[in-house]
Structure formats: C-alpha cells, structure tokens
Write a protein that binds this ligand. Structure first.
Ligand code: ADP
Ligand code: MG
Length: 370
C-alpha cells in the first residue's frame, strides 16, 4: 500500500513551493452564536500547516464548509467571521466562501472539483473533521494536482491508528453522548481492540432497555435495542454500564436513581457512584479513548458525571485521546484540555478511522500519490 504524502513530499514533488498557489482544505466549521465565533480551536489547529506553507513562499488559499447551508448561499453561513479571525491569526491566507454554498461540494460534482483546482498548483488536506466524507473538496483535488496531508491531519492519523493497531494495555474506551446509532459500529470495532468499555450518556439507556430495565422517559433508540442486546450477549470484554443515574423525576425535580427508572422519570447523567467507578477504570488504564459526554453537561445539574470522567482522563498516567465536538467542548469548559495527550478535531471522523482504519479523504491522497 502506498504511503500518504506529507507536506515535505509535496514540496519535493513540486520542486519548490515558492510562488506556488496551494489550496488547503481546512475544517473551519467553528461553533457560532449570533454571527460570532464562540471557539476558534479549529482555526488555531490549522495554523502550523498554513504557516509552514507560507514560510516556503506559497500563496495559501484555504477552503472550508461551515454549517449546513444545503447548496445555497445562505448568509447565515457566510465565512465572514472566520475570514476575519483567520486574518488576525494567519495574515495573507485567502479564504474561499463556504464550500457548501455549492451543491457540488456534497454531491462530489466533477465540475465543482475542476473549479476548485483551477489555477492551483498543489492541494493539502488538513480537514480531519471532514475526511470521512467523499465530498468534492476532500476526494476531488488529489486526482488533479500533487497533494498531501497537512500537519493536523497527519497527527490525527498517527494517534488514532496507533490506538487502533498497537495501544498500550489496558486500553479502555469511554463512550457517551446522544446517538447510539452513530456509534454502534465503532463499538463493534472497539470491542476487538479494547480491554474494557464504559458506556454513559444517553447511550446507556438503549443498553438498559436491552437488559429489560425500565428507563422512564430517558432518551433511547428503540430500533437499536436488539443490536445492544447482541453486543451485551456476545462481548468478550467487560462492558461497564452505570450503576446509578441522576435526572428528573416525574414531577420535574432533580433526583437520583438506581438502574431502574420510574415511569416518566428522565435520566440525564450518570450518578456519582458510576462516575467514581468509570474514573477508576480510566485511572487503571494505560490507553484511554473518550467520546461523548456522560450526561447533559450543558445543564450544570447534569455536568457532574462528565466532569468526574474528564478529571480522571486528565489525571491518569495513561495515553489519552478525546474525540467529539461536545466532549472537547466539555473538556475546555472544565479547563482540562491541556491535560490530555490528544484532542481530536473530528468526532465522526475519529470514530470512523477507529472503526475502518481508513477514511475517504486519506484514500484519495494515497491512491493519487506519486
Ligand atoms: P460528541 O460531540 O462528543 O461526539 P454527542 O454529539 O454524541 O457527543 O453527544 C453530545 C450530546 O449528548 C450533548 O449535547 C449532551 O447534552 C447529550 N447527552 C448526553 N447524555 C444525555 C442524556 N442522558 N440525555 C440527553 N442528552 C444527553
Ligand atoms: Mg456532538
């Protein structure tokens, strides 16, 4: 199998980068509130690649999607605020308008790809968070111009493939968040590499339902119950589920429950006992992958489980990787983002890379390597 070209390979292939026009696919899909950027982490994460290219005399043209404008020029999703912040952090870098203003982006339309590479000498993919999608700006340019992965993408791939292929043991994965269906595939894949799994967040209620426990009005996915049942029946590794839950009782008051919720009660966080237990599992590990908050942490009353797990992930001597937008936001909110080894910029992409060991964006770079 060919290797994925890195920035040095692109420089070698083009002879020199001086005066060359390089298109960089970045992931500037930043969180916004009322037209303002609330966290510029994704812009800062792209700087090493942008600056490396500029230092070698390249003219850098960045391109990203932002939100879901669905193929129309909806001003709500304009790149103006991102362009302004980018101008402060990396002066001289051009930024195209939202790629998803064009239906050809998500449709991977060859005409749109042609317009992207028009006048371009080389292409760099540094958009890890979008590399699991076969969109025009991700898989198209490598077919037309010499291409490489950027520094951010390279680090993501190194870290996540090491986790997948040769983790230090014990390797523990802690999963939470809202959507079981998005994450069931990766649970199957993770169960072949991890030594133990801990499941919190809204995800745990589909597993509770699979165990025949009552879950009240907690969030769950009825069509995934059978899959959860199969996972619990066939897993050869321990799957830790919460032993207590906090949430709201039928009257809407804060309450603590065991693992059987009364009618109309709603589970919104793992309880203190479970959080302590998950914390122990994390402290005893040598590799930890965490994706998905343990509860509805946006509400202070239901942030404790996520906070305890985040603190354990920060304190453990294990090699720690956190993936997922909301998990990363929770870490940052607790001021713990500097205490983990790697915060992935891609939620879906990190899960898919762990599951399949490859992504469409990586395959496109590899298949078109010199
Ligand atoms: P990530 O972005 O880290 O991958 P997800 O997007 O899967 O995480 O899930 C994050 C969301 O899950 C958060 O908005 C959080 O409020 C929600 N959540 C977690 N636990 C629960 C729960 N028990 N009930 C409802 N929502 C929950
Ligand atoms: Mg999310």
């Amino acid at each position: 199998m060919k290797a994925i070209p890195a920035l040095k390979d692109l420089e070698a292939r083009l002879g020199s980068l001086d005066g060359k026009r390089i298109l960089v696919r970045t992931d500037f899909n930043v969180p916004m509130e009322e037209g303002r950027i609330t966290d510029d982490f994704r812009i800062r994460a792209a700087l090493p690649t942008l600056q490396w290219l500029q230092e070698r005399g390249a003219t850098v043209v960045a391109a990203s999607h932002l939100g879901r404008p669905k193929g129309t020029s909806d001003p709500k999703y304009s790149m103006d605020a991102v362009r302004q912040r980018l101008g402060e952090l990396a002066p001289g870098v051009e930024l195209l308008e939202n790629l998803r203003y064009h239906a050809g982006e998500e449709g991977n339309d060859p005409t749109f790809v042609a317009s992207l590479v028009d006048g371009i000498d080389g292409y760099v993919n540094d958009a890890f968070g979008a590399s699991h999608r076969a969109h025009a700006s991700i898989v198209g340019p490598p077919q037309h111009v010499p291409s490489a992965m950027g520094r951010l993408l390279q680090r993501e791939v190194e870290v996540l493939l090491k986790l997948r292929n040769s983790p230090q043991r014990p390797f523990v994965a802690v999963l939470g968040g809202a959507k079981v269906s998005d994450k069931l595939g990766v649970i199957d894949a993770l169960l072949t590499t991890v030594d133990a799994l801990a499941i919190g967040g809204a995800m745990c209620f589909t597993f509770f339902a699979a165990q025949g426990r009552s879950i009240g009005d907690s969030l769950f996915e009825p069509d995934q119950v059978d899959t959860c049942k199969r996972l619990l029946d066939t897993a050869t590794k321990p799957i830790h589920l919460p032993s207590d839950i906090t949430g709201l009782d039928a009257a809407g008051n804060y309450a603590t429950f065991g693992t059987r919720l009364p009618e109309r009660a709603k589970g919104l966080d793992i309880g203190p006992g479970s959080a302590a237990e998950f914390g122990d599992v994390v402290m005893d590990a040598r590799t930890v992958f965490w994706n998905g908050p343990m509860g509805m942490f946006e509400d202070d009353r239901f942030a404790a489980g996520t906070k305890t797990v985040a603190q354990a992930v920060a304190d453990t001597k294990a090699f720690t990787v956190v993936g997922g937008g909301d998990s990363a936001a929770a870490l940052a909110e607790f001021g713990l983002d500097d205490d983990v080894d790697h915060v992935s910029t891609g939620g879906g992409a990190s899960l898919e890379l762990l599951e399949h060991g490859d992504l469409p964006g990586l395959a496109a770079l590899r298949e078109n390597a010199a």
